[in-house]
Ligand binder design. Structure first.
Ligand code: HEM
Length: 511
């Protein structure tokens, strides 16, 4: 009898504990639901089902390819992913409407700021209003200066001649010498990281030195970019918000990566202070430091500029070299133009020479048409609105323009839109002629157009010409098509493994 009573008491105790545990878990969950205010939308339409079940991945390698397919087949070139409350468009008139005509109704918005807030804080990529205007004004003053192109050219060319070329020479195939496989994407990330730090902050992290351990800061950048992008792809913010509040899984990793990035940014500020700064210095950071005292704000500004200058340029260069390795005829024309403008066996000397390379400029634009470094970009609709194609947007809807899909639209580029054809940019006897930026929003367009476009173009063209004149680049897996990793900028999953071979003295042979 006593035994039975004891079992009964234990049972009551266990049930009570279970009840209390369940009640607390439910209360905690309801509290989280209340504070985090998730907006879950359920939809059974074909597109949403395919998105949620990932069934699109049976037919397409990349999400952007699936979106491009859907947009191509949509009459207005606009689609709606209801579960994400996301309207995606590849219609240039809609793009102009969002980025220029009704710019004030399409800010980045609070939702975007929240998703990227931990990583980018109040940096230019993540703010609207006065803070954006201030950073844009400061950056434009510096980047708009006339000598800035020459300054960028000098930094980039010293990075090419003192580091990139010796690095490629150390692994190239030449005569009897066996080559080593090199991940060109990794090399370009190091290259652009050094370049943007030297250019924007007047400091040299020496990432491209010959001893190659990948800097932990660069890795932290990759992790933070990937995990922040994954937040944006989730149908509801609830999951990442709960994980963040409990410091679990991907959110724990994101927090750790951001901590490392902040250490780097604080170090940059400290170094610059030690070296002394004034608004007369040629770098962006000095200009910002002359008028901002708040170190957290300065840190956020630095992170945004690092992201702007490193990943985009590296991404553009990676896809450019992937395309060039498959297009010997285009390489032949690049080399021919270089010999004509720079002189055979003569080195690239000045920014003015680069400006004369029209065919090369066309190649770079054409490559980013097919592989834009920022494949899509989202804004949030502040008040109810209607796009020029008639799509109604309820207040709070996310609206995304999609340069990757736009580069694949017959209506914009004609029936040969999938071909890599630099000639489409050359008019009047080979003069490079830009397209309407709302048809080609690779650098965005309108009021928030990229501020580093000129620097990016100098960088990409200088690397292309310097590398191609010395080396032939061969893909290790020539038949593999690009698969992209999730991230804020397009990154080839598995990198770009290549072999480089020293070019014959008479390089004007189609190879
Ligand atoms: C091929 C290389 C590049 C591409 C394709 C590119 C593209 C873009 C795009 C699409 C945006 C708009 C992003 C948004 O608002 O969400 C942007 C903004 C920006 N870019 Fe670039 N970018 C490149 C290189 C650079 C470089 C090298 C720098 C720095 C020197 C830079 C500085 C900026 C800044 C400061 C903004 C913010 C502009 C604003 O919000 O007003 N970019 N870029």
């Amino acid at each position: 009898m006593e035994l039975e009573a004891s079992i009964f008491v234990q049972f009551l105790h266990a049930s009570f504990c279970f009840f209390i545990f369940t009640l607390s878990t439910l209360s905690l969950f309801s509290l989280l639901l209340f504070f985090l205010k998730p907006k879950l939308i359920w939809c059974n339409c074909e597109i949403c089902t395919s998105y949620l079940t990932l069934s699109w991945s049976k037919q397409f390698d990349n999400l952007c390819d699936w979106y491009a397919h859907l947009l191509k087949n949509s009459p207005g070139k606009t689609i709606h992913i209801h579960v994400l409350r996301n309207t995606i468009t590849a219609n240039p008139e809609n793009v102009e409407y969002m980025l220029k005509t009704r710019f004030d109704n399409f800010p980045k918005g609070k939702q975007f700021s929240l998703i990227l807030g931990d990583f980018l804080g109040r940096g230019i990529f993540n703010v609207d209003g006065d803070s954006w205007k201030f950073q844009k004004k400061m950056a434009s003053l510096e980047l708009g200066k006339l000598p800035i192109k020459t300054y960028a050219f000098e930094i980039i060319n010293s990075e090419i001649n003192d580091r990139l070329i010796p690095l490629l020479q150390s692994v190239n195939i030449s005569g009897e010498k066996q080559g080593k496989v090199l991940d060109l994407q990794d090399v370009f990330k190091r290259f652009s990281f050094d370049s943007i730090c030297r250019f924007s902050f007047g400091l040299d992290p020496r990432c491209l030195e010959l001893s190659l351990p990948m800097s932990k800061f660069a890795t932290a950048f990759d992790v933070a970019s990937k995990l922040s992008a994954e937040r944006a792809m989730a149908p509801s913010p609830l999951v990442w918000k709960i994980k963040r509040s409990l410091n679990l899984g991907s959110e724990k990793k994101l927090k750790e990566a951001i901590k490392i990035i902040h250490i780097l940014a604080n170090e940059v500020i400290w170094q610059r202070k030690k070296m002394g700064f004034s608004s007369h210095n040629n770098d962006l950071l000095s200009r910002f430091m002359s008028s901002v005292d708040d170190e957290t704000y300065l840190r956020d500004i630095i992170v945004s500029f690092l992201l702007a200058g490193r990943d985009t340029v590296a991404s553009g260069l990676t896809s450019l070299f992937w395309l060039l390795a498959r297009s010997p005829k285009v390489v032949f024309f690049i080399l021919e133009e270089a010999d004509r403008v720079i002189g055979q066996n003569k080195e690239l000397k000045s920014f003015e020479q680069i400006e004369k390379l029209h065919y090369l400029q066309a190649v770079v634009f054409e490559s980013m048409r097919l592989f834009p470094p920022i494949q899509f970009d989202s804004k949030f609709c502040l008040e109810d609105d209607r796009l020029p194609d008639g799509s109604f947007l309820k207040k709070g809807t996310r609206v995304t323009y999609h340069p990757y899909a736009m580069g694949r639209m017959e209506e914009i580029w004609g029936p040969d839109c999938l071909e890599f054809k630099p000639e489409r940019w050359l008019k009047n006897n080979g003069v490079f002629t830009p397209e309407n930026p709302f048809k080609y929003p690779v650098f965005q367009a309108g009021f928030r157009v990229c501020l580093g476009k000129e620097m990016a173009l100098v960088e990409m063209k200088s690397v292309a010409i310097s590398v191609l004149r010395r080396f032939q680049v061969e893909l290790v897996a020539p038949h593999r098509t690009p698969r992209f990793s999730p991230g804020l900028t397009a990154t080839f999953s598995g990198g770009l493994p290549v072999l480089v071979r020293e070019r014959e003295a008479d390089h004007n042979q189609q190879s």
